[in-house]
Design a binder for this molecule. Structure first.
Ligand code: ZN
Length: 97
């Protein structure tokens, strides 16, 4: 690992599996997901992106359990999304059990 500074002045440690600045990629992701989306960490955004989730509304097709099982997606991200969905009158998919 080596310490790097990106073009926007963020300092970050460069690792082989994640060569991009985490702060910049997180901001880019947030922009891609839309205004109303909360600021999650880059791994959480990537996890959602890999699931084909593009905006707040597409989140409603998934249950909390499904999202928590995604690599890089944790309880903190879930809590933020839950609040945001609620504020917009939406909820996660109910578990089918
Ligand atoms: Zn940066």
């Amino acid at each position: 690992m080596s310490l790097r500074v990106c073009k926007n002045g963020h300092r970050f440690e460069k690792t082989s599996d994640c060569p991009v600045c985490p702060q910049c990629s997180s901001t880019e992701m947030k922009n891609a997901f839309g205004e109303e989306f909360p600021a999650l960490g880059a791994p959480a955004f990537r996890a959602l992106h890999n699931k084909g989730i593009k905006n707040l509304k597409s989140l409603t097709r998934f249950s909390e359990e499904e999202l928590l099982s995604l690599h890089g997606f944790g309880p903190k991200a879930l809590r933020l999304l839950k609040q945001t969905l609620k504020a917009n009158g939406m909820t996660f998919l109910k578990n089918k059990k």
